[in-house]
Structure formats: structure tokens, C-alpha cells
Design a protein around this ligand. Structure first.
Ligand code: PHE
Length: 461
């Protein structure tokens, strides 16, 4: 491979078939466990409306600018994140150190998939649990026990993690058009249909208004500094930015597509899905007199309790977890892409083999996360350091990726695009003119880095 050829995929014609195909793929990546699992529970924990407003501001100030920059870098480099950053440092005449953006991205996406797959496996397992009717009429102890029982069983978690990874490998291994695009074209419409069904169902509970006012009437007395930081961190996670995933997807983006406009549609749809997920979940929680601030167990414990009490709970519970599963799969395939793209280019192995080799390595590392919930629950590798006390392998990986590699990657991407690249590159790729361009550059150069730096330092201290 020649490291200086940019736009390799453009030349080979190996691209998304249309702007819409790219949008669906990117929305598929963005919409994931973050929207359906995490957003509702952090909104619940942080008191609702005011948190949602801050989150929307973070999407605008940090999320959209980094998303535009990352897709732009991807298309301009036209190869895997590692190779794209390598060539761009040459063609843009910048310091070689920026190449770390590519490596940071590939390693982080590798690591994040290793644990994302384990949680995706929970979703898989819950489709079956809900369909079996085990939640019907069950009490809080039984439902909490089912969740705890699943986590305690190494065999169960390993099985679901393996099935989940196998699905991801199969899709990615078939290539951009025949694998990813095909799967996404089926899964994304399904996701939207399921989501609308769930919101419609939530409207029949009689507690929809309560959910709307919980999510949209801001009460700033409930907002803490920590809440603001959570909102910012989540804005990055939910848009899949900072770790090369959007860069990898951008490398297959046809030249004629306007990146700024496309990125805004992606962010809008991702945010829309998160809000709709909240509107699907909170009415059920309120209708059953349950607690919106229940934390990570909100959808695996609180929600099944609600389904177990409601008419139609069997069907809607099953559909809900199917929705979660679909969202997780379309995100997971995007995490494998930077690794596969690199293996294909750099090691010259076929797409299918790259997916298999990369996927198996990730699966293997994922076993560390599986064990973190049972056999290794008391194994705290860095326990000697006060800060890491009590953290399992899974906690450490999550911390490393979500609190270090993603924000640092996002920061570096904003700085590279805002300060290091030549004006020509931005003009060719971004698709903004006049005042819009200046406004965008101002945000990207100053506000975005400042925003990320604040969260990053706070998280660290
Ligand atoms: N955005 C995905 C979600 O919300 C997670 C993700 C992060 C996907 C990073 C790709 C890269 O679940």
C-alpha cells in the first residue's frame, strides 16, 4: 500500500451507493445503546428537562463540529483512519504527531467493541427472556434476580457475547455495499418502525403528558456540574465521534455529498431517536409508579417490571428489546470498520478474513468484560492506585475509552481540522460558505476544544 495515496476508495469506486446510504449507516452507528439505554437513564438520574437542554447545547457546540471535522478528514484521507491520518500529515504538511489520531481511533474502537458486544449480548438475551413471558406478573425481586442471574453466569454472558460478535463479523465481512449497506437498509427502517410502535404504545398509558413534562420542562435547580459534564460526554458518545468510526465511514463517502448538511441531518436524527426513546420509556415507568432515576438498570430491571404489569406487555416488551438489539448491531458494525479497513489495506488480507481476524481478537478481549461481572468481579487490576480502587476490567476499559480516548480523540480532531489543515482542504470538503463557514470555524477552533477540555480535566481530577 502506498501511504501517500489519498482517496483510495474514491479511485476504486468502493463507496456508499448514495448520500442516503451514508446517512443511514452513520445514523445506525450513532443510534445505539447510548440512545436507548444510556440517554433515558442519565436523563432520569439528572432530573429531566434542564439536563436535556444542556445535552442539546452540547450536541450543537461539540457534537456537530467534531462530526463534520471527522467525516471530512475521513473523506479527504480516503483510507482507514490510521492510513488517512498518515497521508494527511504529508499532504497537509503538518507535524507527524497528528498521526496518533488514527491509532488512538483504531485502538479505541477495538476496545469499545470488546465491551459493547457484551452489553449487546444482554439485549439479545432479553429478546428471548421477554418473548418467553418470564416478566409477566413477575415482581421486582424476580426481575432483579433474572438480571443478576444473567450477569453471574459466565456461560450465559459468553454465549450471548459470541453470538453478537458473530453477527457483527458476518455483516462487516461482506463489505461496504453487500454487507453493511444491505443490513443497514433492512435494520434501520425496522428500528424506526419499532421505535414508533413503542412511542405509540407509551401514549396509551395515560402518563405520556407526565413524561413530556419530565423531559421538557427544565428545572435548573436539579442540574449539577456533574450533570453538565455527563451531558457533554454523552453528546460525544452518542454521535460516535472521537474514535475514528465516523472517519472510517467518511472514507467511503462520495465526493459530491455535502458534509456539513449531511452531518447535521445525522445529528438531528440521532437526537430525535434519543428523545423518542425517552418518550417510549418514561410513560411506562410513571404508569407503574416506578423510579425514573433507577440508573443503568432502568431498561433491564425497571422496564421489564412495567411490561410485566401492562396489557400487551409480552409483545411490546419483546419488540422493545428487539429495538435495542437492532440499535446495538448497527453501532457495533461501525466499531469494527476502522480495524477491518486497516487490516485490509495494511496487511493485504481480504475483507472477509480481516473481519474474522479483527472480530476474533475483539471477541477474545471481550471475555475480560464477561468475567468482570462474575469470576473476576473482585479482580481489580489497578486496585493499588487509589483512583482505580474497586474497578473491574470492564470498568477500566470503559473509563479508558469513554473518559480518555474519546474526549482526547475528539479534541485532537477539532484541533487538527481547525488549526493544522490547510484552508484548501476544508473548502474542498466541508461545503459551507461565507458567514456560515466563519461561524463554523470559530466554533471548531475555540468553543469545541474549550468544551472538551473542561470535561476532560474534570473527569480526570
Ligand atoms: N453512538 C453509539 C451509541 O450511542 C456508540 C458508539 C460510540 C458507536 C463510538 C461507535 C463509536 O450507542
Amino acid at each position: 500500500m502506498s501511504q501517500t495515496t489519498t482517496k483510495a476508495h474514491q479511485q476504486a469506486g468502493n463507496l456508499w451507493s448514495s448520500r442516503m446510504a451514508f446517512i443511514l449507516a452513520a445514523v445506525g452507528s450513532a443510534v445505539g445503546l447510548g440512545n436507548i439505554w444510556k440517554f433515558p437513564y442519565i436523563t432520569g438520574e439528572n432530573g429531566g428537562g434542564a439536563f436535556v437542554l444542556v445535552y442539546l447545547a452540547c450536541i450543537a457546540i461539540v457534537g456537530i463540529p467534531v462530526l463534520i471535522a471527522e467525516v471530512m478528514i475521513g473523506r479527504r484521507g480516503g483510507q482507514s483512519p490510521v492510513a488517512s491520518m498518515h497521508s494527511l500529515t504529508q499532504t497537509e504538511g503538518t507535524r507527524k504527531g497528528w498521526r496518533l489520531i488514527g491509532w488512538n481511533g483504531m485502538i479505541a474502537s477495538f476496545l469499545v467493541l470488546s465491551f459493547y458486544s457484551v452489553i449487546g449480548g444482554w439485549a439479545l438475551s432479553y429478546v428471548g427472556k421477554a418473548a418467553s413471558g418470564m416478566f409477566i406478573g413477575a415482581d421486582a425481586d424476580a426481575i432483579g434476580g433474572a438480571f443478576g442471574g444473567m450477569l453471574a453466569s459466565t456461560g450465559d454472558l459468553l454465549l450471548w457475547h459470541s453470538v453478537f460478535m458473530a453477527i457483527v463479523i458476518l455483516i462487516v465481512g461482506r463489505g461496504i455495499r453487500s454487507g453493511m449497506e444491505k443490513a443497514i437498509n433492512t435494520l434501520m427502517p425496522l428500528l424506526f418502525v419499532l421505535l414508533f410502535i413503542m412511542v405509540g404504545y407509551a401514549m396509551t398509558t395515560g402518563h405520556f403528558g407526565e413524561a413530556v413534562s419530565f423531559m421538557f420542562s427544565p428545572d435548573f435547580s436539579k442540574l449539577t456540574t456533574e450533570g453538565v459534564l455527563t451531558a457533554l460526554g454523552h453528546a460525544a458518545f452518542t454521535l460516535s465521534i472521537g474514535i475514528g468510526v465516523m472517519m472510517a465511514y467518511g472514507s467511503y463517502l462520495p465526493q459530491k455529498v455535502n458534509i456539513a448538511r449531511t452531518a447535521m441531518s445525522i445529528a438531528l436524527m440521532d437526537t430525535g431517536v434519543a428523545l423518542l426513546a425517552g418518550l417510549a420509556i418514561f410513560p411506562l415507568v410513571f404508569a407503574n409508579g416506578l423510579e425514573p432515576g433507577a440508573g443503568p438498570g432502568l431498561i433491564f430491571v425497571t422496564l421489564p417490571l412495567a411490561f410485566g404489569q401492562m396489557t400487551g406487555g409480552l409483545i411490546f416488551g419483546t419488540l422493545f428489546f428487539a429495538l435495542l438489539l437492532v440499535a446495538a448491531i448497527t453501532s457495533a458494525i461501525s466499531m469494527l470498520e476502522p480495524v477491518v479497513e486497516w487490516l485490509e489495506e495494511h496487511k493485504g488480507i481480504s475483507r472477509a478474513k480481516s473481519a474474522l481476524v479483527g472480530g476474533l481478537a475483539i471477541w477474545l478481549v471481550g471475555i475480560g468484560t464477561v468475567l468482570s461481572f462474575n469470576a473476576w468481579a473482585d479482580f481489580h487490576p489497578l486496585g493499588g492506585i487509589a483512583f482505580f480502587e474497586g474497578k473491574t476490567v470492564f470498568d477500566l476499559l470503559d473509563f479508558l475509552v469513554s473518559n480518555l480516548m474519546m474526549p482526547l480523540g475528539g479534541l485532537a480532531i477539532a484541533l487538527f481540522a481547525g488549526w493544522a489543515m490547510k484552508r484548501q482542504g476544508l473548502d474542498d470538503e466541508i461545503g459551507l460558505k461565507g458567514g456560515m463557514y466563519s461561524a463554523f470555524m470559530f466554533v471548531l477552533r475555540y468553543l469545541t476544544p474549550a468544551g472538551i477540555a473542561v470535561v476532560f480535566l474534570y473527569n480526570l481530577l
